[in-house]
Design a protein around this ligand. Structure first.
Ligand SMILES: Cc1ncc(COP(=O)(O)O)c(C=O)c1O
Length: 441
């Protein structure tokens, strides 16, 4: 059960708190959390469909799909079966000197799905690492071609590309969460996205001046996720492609969030009809089951590494690269995209989010409401007590986690109309009850 009947129950009564939780909590360090003051995490004992089941028996409807991964909901039997079969046969072998069916099949299928020319897949195990690899590929692409000094990147305000060093260095350090490391990180150009003539002109000028030192530009196409769920038009991506070609810098699309239908099409680059030189994928790649990421390069990028000189090789190789269980999960997830009407479901979610979040626009404290694909966003003037908001959503029987000044929904694509109505209803209700405190005026 979710929702009202359980509304007044405390988050976890003593009896409902499992022993493992009591014994282990003091020994874990949680993500993006001030450990002293953050709400304690909720003990989860099971997932099922689009629900998260807590130790005290409550079920929360998931509004986030576990950081945008669980696109087919949880515990999908087709993915579970594929992973179980793989576990019996071959859970993992190193990818150096050995190859296996799941990874090679997945590489072939990803290439077939992506637009033309993106045809070499380098596997890794997290989004941030796939971004590091894309950046290494871009820098070494130039070095292998005998061009020295192209070691910087252009990235965009509002952007987020991960938490490792290179990835942090292409995040927006001013508005993002990695400002503390600014002094340590390599310096890149973090500029406005080319929206309109003035910003396009500014980027053109920057590239005219600096292209000799720039390896590539990196962008989250259509939606900048963790930087604030900010949207831009496909025309921005076409401008980036034009400027990248004009100034001969590589164009990297980070589709870790937008890939696999989240922004409305299978990949955001399709919506813009733009082919990047390198693309990064992760998150929904394994549908929220196992860690896996991929960095996929176009033929000319790969060709710069194809040489008789060992020094021209890409020196990267994560231990769990191409993990067979994760690749089996990803192949099973692609089967589901083929067999089930996922993109139609995304379109239906999009329509429902648009209709049911729109009333928030008139509520106190709300700055903007926007929807793209299966991403619904209500931006507040400001949110001061994030933990208080998060608690209120749990009281409503939904798992929704605002950050910065945005409340957002990115549900599994399998969410039912009733479940989605509970999510949007909870957003309206919580804003109506505490949104007025967010009015910045
Ligand atoms: C666009 C984008 N790039 C990179 C990352 C980093 O991925 P990971 O958390 O798997 O390292 C994220 C994670 O939210 C992301 O949204």
């Amino acid at each position: 059960m979710h929702g009202k009947a359980d509304e007044n129950r405390p988050l976890s009564t003593k009896a409902a708190v499992p022993d493992w939780y009591q014994a282990g909590l003091a020994h874990v360090w949680l993500p993006y959390a001030q450990m002293k003051t953050a709400n304690p995490p909720l003990p989860v004992v099971r997932t099922s469909g689009n629900r998260i089941v807590l130790a005290d028996g409550r079920e929360l409807i998931d509004g986030i799909a576990s950081w945008w991964t669980a696109c087919h909901g949880y515990n999908h039997p087709h993915i579970r079966d594929a992973v179980e079969v793989q576990l019996q046969k071959l859970p993992h072998v190193m990818f150096g000197g050995l190859a296996h069916e799941q990874a090679l099949t997945l590489a072939r299928r990803l290439v077939a799905l992506l637009p033309g020319g993106l045809d070499r897949v380098f596997f890794s195990e997290s989004g941030s690492v796939s971004v590091e690899i894309a950046m290494k590929m871009a820098m070494q692409y130039w070095a292998n071609r005998g061009v020295r000094g192209r070691t910087k990147f252009v990235a965009f305000k509002g952007g987020y590309h991960g938490d490792t060093t290179g990835a942090m260095a292409v995040c927006d350090l001013e508005t993002g969460m990695h400002g503390a490391f600014a002094g340590y990180l390599p310096q890149n150009h973090i500029v406005d996205l080319p929206r309109g003539e003035a910003m396009t002109g500014a980027l053109d000028n920057l590239l005219t001046r600096e292209a000799d030192a720039i390896a590539g530009m990196i962008v989250e196409p259509l939606v900048q996720g963790a930087g604030g769920m900010l949207f831009h038009d496909a025309s921005v991506l076409r401008t980036l492609r034009r400027l990248a070609d004009k100034h001969e810098v590589l164009l990297i699309f980070d589709e870790i969030f937008t890939g696999f239908g989240r922004a409305g099409t299978m990949f955001a680059c399709e919506a813009a009809d733009v082919v990047p030189d390198i693309v990064t994928l992760s998150k929904a790649l394994t549908a929220g089951t196992l860690p896996l990421a991929a960095t996929i390069a176009r033929r000319p990028v790969f060709d710069a590494f194809w040489s008789d000189d060992p020094a021209h090789a890409l020196m990267h190789g994560p231990t769990y690269m191409g993990n067979a269980l994760a690749c089996a999960a990803a192949n099973a997830s692609l089967d589901l995209f083929e067999r089930e009407p996922r993109l139609q479901q995304v379109a239906a979610i999009s329509a429902a989010l648009t209709k049911d979040l729109e009333p928030c626009r008139a509520m106190p404290g709300v700055r903007d409401v926007r929807v793209r694909g299966a991403i619904g966003v209500v931006e507040m003037q400001r949110i001061e007590d994030l933990d208080g908001w998060r608690r209120r959503f749990i009281e409503e029987g939904v798992f929704v986690r605002p950050f910065g000044n945005v409340i957002y929904l990115t549900p599994p694509f399998t969410i039912t109309a009733d479940e989605l109505a509970c999510l949007t209803g909870a957003v309206r209700k919580v804003i109506a009850s505490i949104g007025a405190k967010c009015d910045g005026t």
